[in-house]
Design a protein around this ligand. Sequence first.
Ligand SMILES: Nc1ncnc2c1ncn2[C@@H]1O[C@H](COP(=O)(O)OP(=O)(O)O)[C@@H](O)[C@H]1O
Ligand SMILES: N[C@@H](CC(=O)OP(=O)(O)O)C(=O)O
Length: 467
Amino acid sequence: MKILKFGGTSLENAGRIDRVTTIIRNLLQSKEQIAVVVSAFGGVTDLLIQAAKKAAIGDGRYSELEQQIEDRHVHLIRELITVQNQSHALAHIIRQLNDLHDVLHGVFLVRELSARVLDFIMSFGERLSAFIVAEVLKEKNITAQFLDARQLIKTNDRFGQAQVLWPDTLANIQQYFQKQNALQVITGFIASTLKNETTTLGRSGSDYTASIIGAALNAQEIQIWSDVNGVMTADPRQVPEAFTLPRLTYEEAMELSHFGAQVIHPRTMQPALDKKIPIRIKNTLNAKHPGTVISAQANAWPYPIKAISSLDAIALVSVIGSGMIGVTGIAGRIFTALAREGINIILISQASSEHSICFGVLPASATPARKALERELKLELMEKTVNKIQVENDLSVIAVVGEKMRRTRGIAGRAFSALGHSGINIVAIAQGSSELNISLVVEQKDLTAALQAIHKEFFNLQQETSR
Ligand SMILES: Nc1ncnc2c1ncn2[C@@H]1O[C@H](COP(=O)(O)OP(=O)(O)O)[C@@H](O)[C@H]1O
Ligand SMILES: N[C@@H](CC(=O)OP(=O)(O)O)C(=O)O
């Protein structure tokens, strides 16, 4: 069994959906056993979120976005399904869109949008797309069946970023698949609590859905189909010279995705790693390209690093004070206070002088982090052991990643001098304990230039021969 996941970029318009159906048909013809996971059509989740947010502030223009969502889906049905079969599909999606309308109107009336309601609203994207893809496949004489993953994937109620309840989920998936003969077209991204409330697995979480299903069914391979020839040495939108990596280890892929390589969601690796299932990243627009295989196996690679990824916007929070030198337990208190507020720390960097501890968070968490620390360190601030808690905005973080870095000296030095030669200021540095990753914080305005300079430093010499 292979699990194929098609992301929003693979489902952006009728032409791309047609390519998806061809890929599926070819695999079925070569007698592969497959199941398909789909994301919402490209851009639809964003439209749903925008509509919900507008409704919540009482802006009646949410209905224009609702109309756009309806038009996208109706239009695709008209383009992809023959007239005689259209009415069934249209009737189904109109019912769904009416439900969506009712919820959005409710949000508009009460002027309130909880994380729970937002998850329910977002779920329409995948419910509509998976249904339509299944109908399009049926149109091509493939015995396909729409499957709402909320039936199978059970989570806690951390809406927006729900955590999987593994025993229930694995049992549900295994039992369900024992009885199915038709090709399952499964909604990515969405799940439900034990009380059947809709949850989501975090933005871009459809990759994770594929991995959950793959692990439950002991799949032979999990394929993530996107719009690039696999995981590349950098985001090709930022670094045009970036090229495809034939192989990556699970750990490398985790580091890269954690630091912004959008092509794969960070949570996807764990279920696959546990069951030793390879993940292959493929291009819907270039199906013949072998893409990237992510597995436990490291490969021979001529460069000292594997890839560079980046998070465009982070804030750096620093706790500064000469009185902190040698004081045990202060770092522990800082991180416990942040954990209590549910603040996710992207990187930690401590200057060797121990004068300051600084850590990177998403911009939205910077003020809550500062307030939490001001409360926790009230006494120290009064006594001036801690002088100030400082927040710096408009920063980006770059991660330089690769297994080989553990054994190669001087990588950090080369990255620093590459930035130095380009006149780019490094705001902070951190090294992960795994030594798989060096992170550099730079000013946001310098991000693209910094990525290009580091890419050139490590890949320029032998690039042409290994593409
Ligand atoms: N290292 C990388 N390798 C490949 N693509 C990357 C990388 N970093 C960022 N990307 C971006 O990820 C995009 C695909 O991710 P995403 O838009 O989430 O796709 P999908 O909708 O198919 O899930 C690519 O178009 C590419 O610009
Ligand atoms: N539709 C969801 C889930 C997802 O995985 O999308 P994509 O595969 O297009 O990144 C989102 O936009 O977050």
